[in-house]
Ligand binder design. Structure first.
Ligand code: FE2
Length: 239
């Protein structure tokens, strides 16, 4: 599947897929019980300083918002990214490759954040694919969006942060109920459920690592009989 781009038809953006009746949106699964939160918190100033240095010296990459809830919101809202891994040269772009771990390699930016990379090694991944820091210091929002529209594809990822500043939410767009993530880490259904972040006055950031969870970790996760993308919400709702 090709990712949507500016001017593409938005009719599939609001397409709904059937999910297990036990699932309620909005919902997310905190991973705080599975990760070393004190170690993560201890990296707060280190990562903030690294981002500030990066802003001064490096070319900026921008977050791209494909599957927006409201097509009138910006495709490129201005929130920036630091890519800690990229696909190897010659790999054609396909968003759905973000967990194809063989395609990815660390970037030079990863060396600027070596303590963060050491922390990432402690996460329950067998292999890692895309790794990036998403940050903003200009009071911008990330409009509500979903990450893709393939309901039988579930990306295994951990979204995490060293502080709780970023007002990041998951959204039930039918009831308009927003749930702000309150934990340092989360895995969430990024397909059946929209998500985004509100503006924050100052520097805010989060990190997302995609890959393949370890077999041991996978055993903890309840698997839906259909709509694999809903797996994080099924886990959140029955645990
Ligand atoms: Fe997203």
């Amino acid at each position: 599947m090709k990712a949507a781009a500016v001017g593409d038809d938005f009719s599939n953006n609001l397409e709904q897929f059937e999910v297990d009746s036990r699932i309620v949106y909005p919902s997310y699964k905190s991973f705080d019980e599975f990760i070393d939160v004190p170690r993560l918190r201890s990296l707060d100033a280190y990562i903030a300083d690294g981002i500030k240095r990066h802003i001064e010296t490096q070319k900026e990459d921008y977050f791209i918002n494909y599957y927006r809830l409201d097509e009138n919101t910006p495709y490129q809202p201005g929130v920036r990214e630091i890519w800690l891994s990229r696909t190897k040269p010659g790999t054609p772009y396909d968003y759905l490759d973000l967990d194809q771990t063989d395609l990815w390699e660390r970037t030079e930016a990863a060396a600027e954040f070596s303590l963060l990379m050491d922390f990432i090694e402690t996460l329950p991944f067998k292999q890692k694919g895309r790794m990036l820091i998403i940050y903003d210091d200009a009071g911008l929002t990330v409009p509500a969006h979903r990450d893709h529209v393939e309901s039988e594809i579930c990306h295994e990822f951990i979204w995490f942060r060293t502080n709780l500043k970023k007002p990041f939410y998951v959204l039930n767009h039918e009831t308009n109920e927003k749930k702000y993530v309150e934990s340092h880490s989360a895995w969430f259904d990024s397909v059946n459920q929209f998500h985004g972040s509100d503006a924050y006055d100052g520097l805010s950031f989060s990190i997302r690592v995609d890959g393949t969870f370890t077999d041991e970790f996978r055993k903890l996760i309840p698997k839906p009989e259909f709509n694999l993308a809903s797996m994080p919400s099924l886990w959140a709702c029955i645990s």
